[in-house]
Design a protein around this ligand. Structure first.
Ligand code: FAD
Length: 546
């Protein structure tokens, strides 16, 4: 068996190592365009900021090591130029000597990744403009930021853009972040990204949403960015992080099927439309476990797992990929944002019925020092309670809760399972009722009808709410800020003030995070009122209101 792999980083290197573990006899050739294989793309932003001090740390393994430990035929600085599927051959160009030669294969695995998108703006090729994909890119950026620059601009507020902005902030370089959309972190729901926006601004990052760059000019000291809004910005460097595009040209010219969203089409075995060619990683599109639609997911975990699966199958096995759920996380200046499964906007786009819960817990027992708060949002099927998606933002513990929801989604669990989950608890680690249990309690209560809830959007909609809005927090909390038109009766005084409330109008009760509002709803419903809790309370209102 002769296995040839194109691309020697996340998906490709995983496939190669797995193939060798499965077969000592196979001839395995790993062809990589760049000088390094298996480097840590995900660590690149932290090298810019100095969090990762040594460049060597970014090199997970070397070609020499792959040769000795895995007896791989590693060919770096070699570009696969074309594939001849009929004769099972590829043409490889040695980028040092310029020699072009043919190499045959029995099975081929494509792991070419995705290339950063460069917008078609006048001036985009001027010096001082960077994208970040590999070690050569990071070397150029590092050289620039270490040269005492006055100001940096990051174009794009996605995961990589935010990581770069964070690291420029660590270096105390005044930074502007320009994002075309009205929110950061496009895959997430807008309200869940607001704490990240606030954190960046609190740290002095000049974030401009709804802005774009339409032209770039060279100046004596750097660059002038002409902005879509009409103004301009002087900057020493521009880091472009507006997204990536799957590298499909090789596959396309070989006649392989390209999917609807522009990635290489593969089946659950990672097999392309040619039975001897497999493809993995950023270059492919794959079925989303919740939405069922084909999507391009640009994450290292899926690429590594797909590499293993492709190697299994290329060597005659029967491993299947379960689909992708887009579990992603980013840390920004002490805050974390994470998501798994479908976002609310993706569900709306797909026309899928859902309900949602917001809670605002702390990562561990509030009475134990150092508790940090977070906001969790969970989307679920209104009939079955199946968990469809989760998002979290806040301090410590967001990662743990989103990881639990990720497992729950993969295991097709329901909100009723979350009620029953037995998770680690001691005061410094969690709460006897973990936030995950709380998500389950609220959502299950909604489905069972014990917890009538209305979404804040009803109140915020342009039609306004016809409900009687009841704030059940204390007078002091009410005075600090409340929903327009709300009446304040604290939950502790509610039972003795029922005669003040209308029987002919629905009462929408709210508190700070939802818990007292729920109790108030229970008191009111059992006293003959038509009452609902406003999900997630005043904190959620603050996130949703502009
Ligand atoms: P890659 O790892 O990009 O490898 C593809 C390789 O193929 C490249 O080295 C390329 O040179 C080579 N190649 C392409 N075409 C050819 C050819 N014709 N011939 C020879 N070689 C070729 N993901 C996360 O999950 N978490 C993170 O925190 C995270 N952070 C990131 C930060 C940065 C700065 C970047 C750039 C990415 C980050 N990612 C992160 C994404 C993650 O790195 C990718 O999803 C993952 O590397 C994809 O693996 P891949 O094998 O498909 O492609």
């Amino acid at each position: 068996m002769k296995l040839l792999i194109v691309g020697g980083v996340a998906g490709g290197a995983s496939a190669a190592a797995r193939a060798r573990r499965l077969s000592e006899d196979a001839e395995i050739i790993l062809v990589e365009r760049g000088p390094e294989v298996s480097f840590a793309n995900c660590g690149l932003p932290y090298y810019i900021g100095g969090e990762i001090k040594s460049r060597d740390k970014l090199v997970v393994t070397t070609p020499e090591r792959l040769r000795t430990r895995f007896t791989l035929d590693v060919r770096t600085q070699s570009n696969v130029e074309s594939i001849d599927p009929t004769n099972r051959k590829v043409r490889i160009k040695n980028l040092i000597t310029g020699d072009v030669y043919e190499e045959s294969y029995d099975r081929l695995i494509l792991a070419p990744g995705a290339a950063p998108v460069r917008p078609t703006i006048e001036g985009i090729d001027l010096p001082g403009i960077y994208t970040l994909r590999n070690l050569q890119d990071v070397d150029r950026i590092k050289q620039r930021v270490d040269g005492n620059i006055k100001h940096a601009t990051v174009l794009g507020g996605g995961f990589i853009g935010l990581e770069v902005a964070e690291n420029l902030n660590h270096l105390k370089i005044p930074t502007t972040l320009i994002e075309r959309n009205r929110q950061l972190l496009g895959p997430m729901d807008a309200e869940m990204t607001k704490p990240i926006l606030q954190t960046l601004r609190d740290h002095g990052v000049d974030v401009r949403l709804g802005e774009n760059v339409v032209k770039i000019e060279k100046t004596d000291h750097g660059l002038r960015l002409i902005l879509g809004s009409g103004g301009s910005l002087e900057t020493s460097m521009l880091m472009v992080g507006i997204g990536v595009k799957p590298e499909v040209s090789l596959a396309e010219s070989a006649g392989l099927r390209i999917g609807k969203s522009g990635g290489i089409w593969v089946d659950e075995h990672m097999r392309t439309s040619d039975r001897d060619i497999f493809a993995v990683g950023d270059a492919i599109e794959i079925s989303h476990v919740v939405l069922g639609e084909q999507s391009i997911v640009l994450l290292a975990g899926p690429a590594n797992r797909q590499g293993r699966i492709a190697a299994d199958n290329a060597l005659g096995g029967d491993s299947r990929y379960r689909g992708t759920q887009g579990t992603a996380i980013v840390g920004v200046l002490g805050k974390t944002a994470a998501m798994t499964g479908a976002s609310e906007k993706a569900l709306v786009r797909a026309g899928r019925a859902f309900r949602k819960v917001y809670i605002h817990p702390t990562d561990h027992a509030g009475y134990y020092p150092g508790a940090e708060s977070m906001t969790l949002k969970m989307l679920f099927d209104p009939a079955t309670g199946e968990i469809l998606g989760g998002e979290g933002v806040g301090g410590a513990g967001v990662d743990k809760r989103i990881d639990i929801l990720a497992v729950a989604i993969q295991a097709e669990m329901t909100v009723f399972d979350l009620e029953e989950m037995e998770l680690c608890y001691s005061p410094q680690y969690g709460s006897a009722k973990d936030p995950i249990n709380m998500l389950g309690f609220v959502a299950a209560g909604m489905i069972r009808g014990q917890h009538p809830q209305t979404d804040m959007e009803g109140f915020l909609s342009s039609d306004g709410s016809t409900d009687y809005i009841l704030d059940v927090r204390t007078q002091e909390e009410f005075d600090r800020g409340h929903l327009p038109g709300a009446t304040n009766i604290s939950v502790d005084e509610l039972r003795s003030n029922l005669d003040r409330l209308p029987k002919d109008q629905r009462i929408a009760a709210y508190c700070q995070v939802g818990q007292r509002g729920y109790l108030a709803t229970r008191i009111l419903n059992q006293s003959g009122f038509d009452a609902v809790n406003m999900g997630g309370g005043y904190k959620t209102y603050q996130l949703l209101a502009d």
